[in-house]
Design a protein around this ligand. Structure first.
Ligand code: HEC
Length: 216
């Protein structure tokens, strides 16, 4: 027991002696138990370094490096996916108001893409014409929204984008399945469906009108 106490006191004195000096104010450098952890052979960013021909330690990414996030090309210029911009949120920056118009340039290619994506992701429930008569209606889902409702026709583009992103009541969000640009392509295509639903015979060019009128 006597030896134990003696060794115990010695061990305590050694630990306090070594560890206690770390962090105390002294002009001498502290004791380094593992100096290779404190002093590593490494290049610091921005430090000059003679190893590389251009003489700096932080090298630029090699040509062809793929960025983690590609900018989205909007009508107003490129936007990165993490920015608080209408194209990412569907809302005016810093507010909860939805943007009125699609921030992407609406081209034929975008509408084609939207048509294809709508067919994959929305038509099963909302039907190919968006009237809410998709296959799930036949299987018993009775409350699928009709996208030609006055309320949805008058909705800002940003609100439809928001519904695709986060869902609404029974409809779940599709943010995980549909990338941002495709969501706006679908919004543009929903507008095409609504416009064609509201169109009248008088708006068609003459030859198409006569062809339609001849049909029984
Ligand atoms: C699994 C079925 C299902 C799919 C797939 C689906 N929806 Fe819906 N959607 C619904 C249902 C159900 C509602 C009605 C929700 C409610 O108000 O109860 C709805 C409502 C909506 C509304 C109206 C929201 C509102 O504010 O009332 C819009 C717009 C809409 N969907 C767009 C889309 C688009 C665009 C897609 C494709 C990306 C899509 N939905 C895919 C089932 C679906």
């Amino acid at each position: 027991m006597r030896y134990f106490l003696l060794i115990y006191a010695l061990v305590v004195a050694v630990i306090v002696g070594i560890a206690g000096c770390r962090g105390s104010m002294s002009r001498k450098p502290p004791i380094e138990i593992f100096p290779d952890m404190d002093r590593q052979l490494k290049l610091r960013p921005q430090q000059p370094n003679a190893f590389f021909p251009n003489g700096i330690s932080s090298q630029p990414p090699v040509p062809g490096t793929v960025r983690r996030s590609q900018p989205i090309q909007t009508a107003a210029g490129p936007v990165l996916p993490f920015e608080d911009a209408p194209v990412n949120t569907g809302r005016l920056p810093g507010t909860t108001n939805f943007v009125e118009l699609n921030p992407l340039a609406v081209t034929g290619a975008l509408l084609q893409r939207g048509r294809e994506r709508f067919g994959i992701y929305c038509a099963p429930c909302h039907g190919p014409m968006g009237d809410g008569n998709g296959v799930t209606r036949k299987l018993g889902m009775s409350v699928v929204a009709n996208l030609h409702d006055q309320r949805i026709v008058e909705m800002p583009d940003g609100e439809i984008f928001n519904t695709i992103t986060h869902g609404k009541n029974l409809m779940q969000g599709y943010a995980a399945q549909i990338p941002v640009e495709d969501r706006w392509a679908i919004v543009a295509y929903v507008r095409v469906l609504q416009r064609s639903w509201l169109g009248t015979l008088e708006e068609l060019p003459g030859d198409m009108r006569t062809a339609l009128e001849r049909q029984p």
